[in-house]
Ligand binder design. Structure first.
Ligand code: UGA
Length: 362
């Protein structure tokens, strides 16, 4: 079939980015759950730029309307304020199912809600995919490997998760999410994709979401101490959000339907990472050590052989370059708001303790 002549026209508009005009045959109806969040909104930008019809479903618990503000009222864009734990009927071709709080302090804040989001939310999205024969991509996580005893982590590793620890609501929720994806594939023929996402950073991270990248940058830019939990020897491997988005899109449009690690194998101890942020922000801030958090994974690095073989995908942005862009973003956020307070596990531990005390009184 000959492509429509206007298929590559970029139309400059009142919107933030130019949008390709796709022929109706190539234009997909794409649902992005959690599309107002950090990763979701960056994905939405790319899908919109490609000319697809994009519907964002978000309950705004950790997402923010400001992340997708620039698309509101675009004819290809639709925002639905909805919680994935409630069923919804829509006609779509693709579902990127991202909805779930991902920062440890956020997901630990309301563990029951986190479990419901992963379990009921994923069942609802799988039910929708089954009904309308849409392909569905589930964003799983490196957390399915728990505190790993194998390093680096391959997709074949089954993991080492404490099922009743403080991280379990997220880790086990994502693990059962994967289980459901393959049950629906095998029993009902749903076309599934599963991404295991490793630590990701970049513009639109919530500056108060308590993750290490946002905490260290925001602390450094304000001349405050960088808070390292524990001895700083735990490791993480950080990828820039644009690389993750490219990986998710390649996975969705490829034919490989087993889980795929999407991450940058560039690994740092948290102490080294704090020193890198000190250097890049040219701050006078010091590094201080705080108590370690329970069940914190001690080492994490993706083996990305499958992604490079099956998707021809590799991260392209170096950690330093990604950090420069992210520092620039947070500097602007700070200019706008004047001050940003970072959160640590302490704040949420206090909420949980108060809940226990309240229960005793009742
Ligand atoms: O950022 C992500 O993409 C990942 O974040 C979390 O996993 P985690 O690796 O624990 O993320 P952080 O909270 O950023 O912590 C990373 C390390 O830094 C440490 N940390 C964190 C914050 C801080 O202020 N100081 C500090 O030393 C933590 O204890 C941990 O060792 C989520 O659970 C993952 O699902 C998610 O993919």
């Amino acid at each position: 079939m000959k492509e429509a002549t206007n298929s590559n026209i970029k139309s400059e508009s009142v919107f933030h980015f130019p949008v390709t005009t796709l022929s109706p045959l190539k234009r997909l109806r794409i649902l992005v759950t959690g599309g107002a969040g950090f990763v979701g909104s960056n994905l939405v930008d790319r899908l919109m730029e490609q000319g697809h019809e994009v519907t964002v479903l978000d309950n705004m618990f950790t997402g923010s309307k400001s992340n997708i503000q620039h698309w509101i009222s675009h004819p290809n864009f639709n925002l639905i304020n909805h919680d994935v734990t409630d069923p919804i009927h829509l006609e779509v071709d693709r579902i990127f199912h991202l909805a779930c709080p991902a920062s440890p302090p956020h997901y630990m804040y309301n563990p029951i809600k986190t479990i419901k989001t992963s379990v009921m939310g994923t069942i609802n999205m799988l039910g929708l995919a089954k009904r309308v024969r849409a392909r569905i991509l589930f964003t799983s996580t490196s957390e399915v490997y728990g505190d790993p005893t194998e390093h680096p982590q391959k997709e074949t590793y089954w993991g080492h998760v404490n099922p009743i620890g403080p991280r379990a609501c997220y880790d086990e929720g994502k693990r059962v999410g994967e289980t459901m994806m393959y049950a629906y594939r095998d029993q009902a023929g749903v076309d599934v994709r599963v991404a295991r996402i490793f630590n990701t950073f970049g513009p639109r991270m919530n500056p108060s979401d308590g993750r290490v990248v946002s905490n260290f940058i925001v602390q450094a830019l304000q001349g405050r101490d960088l808070t390292v939990y524990g001895d700083g020897k735990a490791t993480r491997s950080f990828q820039y959000v644009d690389d993750l988005v490219a990986g998710l899109m390649a996975l969705m449009e490829g034919s490989y339907d087993r889980p795929v690690n999407i991450g940058n194998p560039d690994e740092y101890t948290i102490r080294q990472f704090a020193e890198l942020i000190q250097k890049l922000t040219k701050t006078n801030s010091s590094i201080v050590h705080k108590p370690s958090t329970q069940d914190d994974p001690q080492q994490r690095r993706p083996d990305i052989t499958v992604a490079s073989r099956e998707l021809a995908w590799r991260p392209k942005t170096s950690v330093k370059e990604g950090l420069r862009r992210t520092i620039h973003y947070f500097s602007h956020e700070l200019e706008k708001s004047g001050e940003i307070k970072t959160v640590g596990p302490g704040e949420y531990a206090a909420v949980t303790k108060k809940r226990h005390e309240d229960r005793r009184v009742v």
